[in-house]
Design a protein. Sequence first.
Length: 176
Amino acid sequence: MFVADVEKLLNDQVIAEIYSANLYLSMSAWLRAKNLDGYAHWYYVQYKEEMDHALIIFNYILNAGGQVKLGAVEAPPSDFESLEAILKQTLEHEQSVTALIYAIVEAAQQARDFKTVQFLDWFVKEQVEEEDNASANLGRWQTFGSDNRGLHTLDQEMSARLYTQTAQLALYETGA
């Protein structure tokens, strides 16, 4: 069983992860419409990863004896100023997700909910990777993206990203 505020924060995080997925899917659609197919692909893979994150938490809540309470998910924007704006927004968004994860860790620590603290360790590490990727993507665009050939090369490189379902999802899969 969970302390009520930890359970609520975990449920809120499921919704936040679904919002993240929708945001990245929206970005993917915008990028594809702008013929930036490599970036569109990268964001589509990011969408899938964020949905995995939502399912990992969803399944953890169930497996740990909690109750999943899904709520409304805010619609993400569908129009963006530029590729650079998307890259900046991605970094800012990932930083805000990190803050949400840290808040759950802190609440779980205060509640002495060590199973949830342990569970969230993977998410803390994942957010290091997410912020690093977002920062690197923005930095590479700022260095090379203003040149058409540089942008073309970056776009091609982004298309090489592969989706691999995380083992973490299988670990907490309920079979439901």
